[in-house]
Design a protein around this ligand. Structure first.
Ligand SMILES: [Zn+2]
Ligand SMILES: [Zn+2]
Length: 97
C-alpha cells in the first residue's frame, strides 16, 4: 500500500479509501465513520470543528454502550467504535493484496 505524506504536518499515513487524514487537525482516521465522527458542528459555519471523542471517557458516560469513541492504534491512527481484536487488526492492517 502506498503511503502518503501530508506536506502541512509531515505525517505519513497509508493511502487508500479506508484512511482519511484531516486537513484541519492533522489526525489520521481509519474508516469513514471514524473521520466523520470527529467533525462536529454545522457544515459551513464557524462552529464546524474537529473533536475526538475518547473511547475511555465515552465508556464512563455511557457504560452500556460500546459503539462510541475514538481510540488510537499502535501507529497513532484513530479508529471509532468497538475495539478490534488482534485478529481483526491483522485483517485491517494487513491491507488488500
Ligand atoms: Zn480534524
Ligand atoms: Zn496533516
Amino acid at each position: 500500500m502506498a503511503s502518503v505524506t501530508h506536506p502541512k504536518c509531515g505525517k505519513t499515513f497509508p493511502g487508500g479509501e479506508r484512511t482519511g487524514h484531516c486537513g484541519a487537525c492533522c489526525e489520521t482516521f481509519i474508516g469513514l465513520i471514524s473521520f466523520e465522527a470527529h467533525r462536529v458542528g454545522e457544515h459551513g459555519t464557524p462552529d464546524r470543528r474537529c473533536e475526538l471523542k475518547p473511547y475511555i471517557s465515552h465508556r464512563k458516560e455511557y457504560p452500556h454502550t460500546t459503539l462510541f469513541g475514538h481510540w488510537p492504534d499502535e501507529r497513532g491512527f484513530w479508529h471509532f467504535g468497538e475495539k478490534l481484536t488482534d485478529e481483526q487488526k491483522a485483517t485491517v492492517f494487513g491491507g488488500r493484496k
